[in-house]
Design a protein around this ligand. Structure first.
Ligand code: ADP
Ligand code: MG
Length: 335
């Protein structure tokens, strides 16, 4: 936590934050974020709880006028339930907002995906409609096996849907030739996973540089090496790992490995970070530190984040929760 606090508070960091504002996609994004964050479809700030959850008594003042007439056999609680204002299920009962907006950076339409196990078809996604807006920090929750990773892999073009379409900035990407999908993935998307996937023989610094090594020719890489190394060091400082540049993954803690993986995901200046259970392998305290780092990247570095998690407490800290169940988006809850 100290490292993160340091990163968040020192003036050195604020300089580095400004320098790395190119991190997400620079000035274009900055204008998007100069406005106060308000809920896109409701007149309340993101982060403010829904009226009915924040102050149930206030919510009851907004009840429709047709209160139950005296003598009716229902209790007030039942009446409130009927009005969808009485319990925490309120947001589950709210109609799902349309997942198609002008501001969507990534949009999935009617995604279907099945796997075959011993000739038996396992239908995982059965019509997922979902959009991520620029600047959001969305979490996708759902029980184990509900298809969260499958969805994230489709969104990140690591796999193809059987049916449905995926758009990145209004451009369809799911049907592009694999080379073009590779290029979108390495230039626009950053990815992190539960088990970090660092290369064991490389140092932290070298691991952060691997996407740049892969996406450039040897000549291009060596021509830009000085700049890339400087950027990798800057990112490692941003994630609180500047004191571990030469350590190999086995010499790092779980939280440190995830920090290194986050720095690696940012080396190509992505606009969207896709994270699959980034805290899933960490103890609660370390998980909270990684979450704080992601929140910092979202709020200060203007990085749009879509995070899969099974942890409700972690999900509650993001700006929107999307629940997957039975192969579909069951509900969306703006927080
Ligand atoms: P979650 O991330 O929500 O736990 P997954 O998306 O990993 O769920 O998996 C959803 C279902 O799809 C599970 O039943 C899983 O066994 C199955 N599945 C995932 N990937 C494959 C695969 N490559 N081949 C066969 N079945 C798979
Ligand atoms: Mg998973």
């Amino acid at each position: 936590m100290n490292k993160l606090n340091q990163t968040n508070t020192t003036s050195r960091h604020s300089t580095s934050t400004k320098n790395s504002s190119s991190l997400a996609s620079g000035q274009k994004m900055a204008s998007t974020f100069s406005k106060p964050k308000t809920h896109p479809r409701e007149n309340r700030r993101i982060g403010e709880p829904h009226l009915a959850l924040a102050n149930p008594s206030k919510a009851t003042q907004e009840l429709p006028k047709q209160a139950p007439a005296l003598g009716n056999q229902i209790t007030l609680t039942e009446f409130l339930k009927q009005q969808s204002l009485a319990s925490n299920e309120i947001d589950q009962q709210r109609p799902t907002p349309p997942s198609s907006t002008q501001k969507a950076i990534l949009q999935a339409k009617n995604l279907h995906k099945s796997y075959f196990k011993n000739k038996l078809e396992v239908s995982v996604l059965r019509g997922v409609d979902f959009a991520i807006e620029t600047g959001e920090f969305v979490s996708i929750i759902g029980s184990s096996g509900s298809g969260k990773s499958t969805l994230l892999h489709l969104l990140g073009t690591l796999d193809e849907p059987d049916q449905g379409k995926i758009y990145f900035r209004s451009r369809r990407i799911d049907d592009l030739p694999s080379k073009k999908r590779d290029s979108i993935r390495s230039n626009d998307f950053g990815m992190i996973f539960q088990f970090y996937h660092l290369l064991p023989e490389l140092t932290t610094l070298e691991n952060v540089l691997t996407p740049a090594m892969i996406s450039n020719s040897v000549f291009q890489y060596y021509r830009q090496k000085k700049k890339l190394v400087a950027r990798a060091k800057e990112l490692l400082e941003l994630v609180g790992l500047s004191h571990r540049l030469k350590h190999k993954p086995r010499e790092l803690s779980g939280g440190e490995m995830q920090r290194a993986a986050i720095a690696r995901a940012l080396i190509s200046k992505p606009t969207l970070l896709l994270a699959d259970e980034p805290t899933g392998n960490l103890d609660q305290k370390t998980g909270t530190e990684i979450l704080s780092l992601l929140q910092h990247l979202n709020q200060e570095e203007k990085l749009t984040i879509c995070m899969v998690t099974h942890d409700q407490q972690i999900a509650k800290e993001t700006s929107r929760i999307v629940q997957l169940a039975e192969g579909k988006v069951q509900y969306e809850h703006y927080q």
